[in-house]
Design a protein around this ligand. Structure first.
Ligand code: PMV
Length: 330
């Protein structure tokens, strides 16, 4: 019988960018996100006594069938297995056969690694025979190297405390999924792979002239966003999250080497969102390290947004997400 887990991707309203310690994956700042109901990774795992069994099959988005993972993908999983073994102080090894599928395209800035590695944290804890509390599980997910994976463990709206060491850098839910009926409409302008991994991007964040300024401002931005969240003041919340996303991209564009993820289609979609606001449809944009745009609106606005965007030539596909629970086994 396979052990099956499902874990969501998450979208950050306050972005994690830059690490204090890259081997422990300790971020420079707190970040804040929402789990996504329709962007999930499902992994079915079988465990074996023979540690030589190491298999990973992946069903690519839209493909309908499983294929053998690449060597690089399998070795990322093996590396994480070794990290988990150390973290859990496990003494014996096990073999695994994994089948993973996504409901969304990988490597296009929809945090596919966050959903994959948070799901893997559950799989590995189980494989090593451990039952972890949520905080420990989020720490284990953080140690995967895709730090934002820790935010996919708890439910709903999640805060990742930067912390000062490994034990104090964990994610926790600040509100359940039903706390606020928000939506994240992922507007896919390209399904191409991004050219630079966030792992490399984090490394050079501090070379931006504006990085220190960003760090200095983040605590007041975080506080303001948290207050707007508690009051469900969507105009304030949206304005802050969009500003934060532009600030984050300004850092990436000015770090060395510079990272520019936006394509002409990204810019066209951003302009359209601004035009929508002028016409009274309240929607805001946030973008991760990729060219696709996450349109954040209230659930009641989803219909008008979709009507307005129907037939937009810059948009290839869209995925409507609502706040969701975190990683879980089925
Ligand atoms: O979790 P990582 O190491 O892949 O970094 C992700 C960073 C961003 O997605 C760009 C921002 C965030 O907080 O999710």
């Amino acid at each position: 019988m396979a052990y099956t887990v499902v874990s969501p991707s998450n979208i950050a309203f306050i972005k994690y960018w830059g690490q204090r310690d890259s081997s422990l994956v300790l971020p420079c700042n707190d970040s804040f996100s929402m789990n996504l109901s329709a962007c999930v990774t499902e992994i079915a795992a079988e465990f074996f006594e023979d540690p030589a069994v190491r298999e990973l099959e992946i069903m690519e988005y839209g493909s309908g069938s499983y294929t053998q993972a690449t060597e690089a993908e399998l070795s990322a999983v093996t590396d994480y297995y070794n990290v988990a073994k150390r973290y859990l102080r496990a003494e014996s090894d096990f073999g695994f056969r994994l089948r993973s599928k996504n409901t969304f395209p990988k490597k296009a800035g929809i945090a596919s690694s966050a959903s994959f590695f948070s799901a893997m944290a559950l799989v590995l804890a189980r494989g090593f025979g451990r039952v972890l509390a949520e905080r420990e599980l989020s720490i284990l997910a953080r140690l995967s190297g895709s730090g934002s994976a820790c935010r996919s463990i708890p439910d709903g709206f999640v805060w990742w405390h930067a912390g000062h060491d490994s034990a104090s850098s964990y994610a926790e839910s600040i509100a359940p999924a039903e706390a606020w009926a928000l939506a994240d409409i992922v507007l896919i302008v390209s399904e191409g792979e991004k050219r630079v991994s966030s792992r490399d991007g984090h490394k050079w964040a501090r070379t931006s002239l504006y990085y220190e300024d960003r760090q200095n401002r983040l605590s007041s931005v975080s506080l303001a966003m948290r207050e707007a969240f508690e009051r469900k003041d969507f105009t304030r919340f949206g304005t802050l999250l969009e500003g934060e996303s532009f600030n984050f991209h300004a850092i990436m564009m000015t770090q060395q080497p510079p990272l520019l993820f936006w394509s002409d289609r990204t810019v066209r979609v951003l302009s359209e969102i601004h035009a929508m606001r002028r016409d009274g449809i309240e929607a805001y944009a946030t973008i991760d390290a990729g060219e696709n745009v996450h349109l954040i609106c209230e659930a009641k606005t989803v219909e008008s947004v979709l009507r307005r965007l129907a037939g937009n030539p810059a948009i290839r596909d869209s995925i409507v997400n609502y706040p969701a629970i975190g990683a879980r086994s089925l």
